[in-house]
Design a protein around this ligand. Structure first.
Ligand code: P6P
Length: 349
């Protein structure tokens, strides 16, 4: 009988990786795992329960909030509030940061940035969606936590992870010592270690980008797409194109099979579409820990200055050799944008 290691057991076992840890991070990760199981239950029956369709409200992104978005946001914030280890939540679904003022959290030392249900536009057509989270240590030492505690560079993350609600439900996370994947076993209601020490292939043959935006892409991206499509047996081209429209699913596939996911700047999204705090930074931390690479086409994602909660960034992320090749095309054909990309971060919407 194969030994089953649950997420809870694994977290406790790995706690020794942090000699000064007193269990707070372990409890925080456990709280996230509990909320993930609750959200999973609703995602898996979304078609049956009247939580589909637009809530009618719109979030700070101006996107219609689907009820499952709202539900997932509420569940994660509730779990983080009751767990007592988190003092602020920065969520895609909330215009401003959410201070956790509960009695148990007043001395909490962690900040969580979260996209509670990424890819939610796919919910109604039963395509994989996900949750993405990023964990930082509080910087300020006393008084109420402030925006300074939240707007930290990606290199300051102490942990990051995602949950993918797909053909199975998986939780994948890192605390800076490798990446591990856990598959939810519904028969026992536990996330069980299924993908220990995940590593992304250093090369791949799958490129993932919304080619519907082709005319609006930087020239470097257009040239890279053409490179992917050229017949060249020695380099296994033409590559395969796969685009789910759910970042978590496209990046999870890249980790398992190898590949590159690109969401560049476009004319309608001059700073990129994806959010630096709760989409790009956590995914970049995970991918680098799995041996891959993540940039905005020029600069390492984890090194980017964070100026605002909902700051956007271009992202080129996945197998190291594929990201490097795409960056070569950006340098050769869109070098002028390099400064623009960095400069535009200062004027982020
Ligand atoms: P587009 C989903 O809305 C999301 O935030 C990511 O999960 C996904 O990769 C991207 O947007 C899809 O955007 O413009 O291709 O539909």
């Amino acid at each position: 009988m194969k030994q089953v290691t649950t997420l809870g057991q694994f977290i406790i076992e790995k706690q020794n990786d942090f000699p000064y840890a007193k269990g707070e991070l372990s409890r925080l990760l456990r709280d996230i795992g509990i909320a993930a199981k609750i959200v999973n239950r609703e995602v898996n029956k979304a078609g049956l329960v009247d939580i589909l369709g637009d809530q009618g409200a719109t979030n700070v992104q101006g996107e219609n909030q689907k009820k499952l978005d709202v539900y997932a946001n509420e569940q994660f914030i509730a779990a983080l509030s009751s767990g007592g280890e988190c003092c602020i939540v920065a969520s895609e679904e909330n215009d401003d940061m959410v201070r956790i003022d509960s009695e148990v959290s007043k001395n909490a030392k962690y900040i969580v940035a979260i996209d509670p249900l990424d890819g939610s536009s796919n919910i109604d057509c039963n395509v994989a969606v996900g949750t993405i989270f990023s964990i930082y240590r509080r910087i300020t030492k006393n008084g109420l936590p402030t925006l300074e505690d939240v707007l930290q560079k990606g290199t300051n993350q102490v942990a990051a992870g995602y949950i993918i609600y797909g053909s199975s439900t998986m939780l994948v996370y890192t605390t800076g010592k490798g990446v591990n994947g856990f598959t939810l076993d519904p028969s026992i209601g536990e996330f069980c270690l299924s993908h220990p020490n995940l590593k992304i292939p250093e090369d791949g043959t799958i490129y993932s980008i919304n080619e519907g935006n082709y005319v609006h892409f930087p020239d470097g991206v257009k040239q890279y797409i053409k490179y992917c499509q050229v017949e060249d047996k020695a380099t296994l081209r033409p590559y395969t194109s796969r685009y789910i429209g759910s970042m978590v699913a496209d990046i999870h596939r890249s980790i398992i099979k190898g590949g590159v996911f690109i969401y560049p700047t476009t004319s309608s999204a001059p700073n990129g579409k994806l959010r630096l705090m709760y989409e790009c930074n956590p995914m970049a931390f995970i991918i680098e820990q799995a041996g891959g690479k993540a940039s905005d086409g020029f600069n390492r994602i984890l090194d980017l200055e964070v100026d605002s909660l909902h700051q956007r960034s271009a992202i080129f992320i996945g197998s190291e050799h594929m990201v490097l090749k795409a960056e070569e095309f950006m340098k050769a054909h869109s070098a002028g944008q390099a400064n623009g990309v960095v400069a535009s971060k200062k004027s982020v919407a």
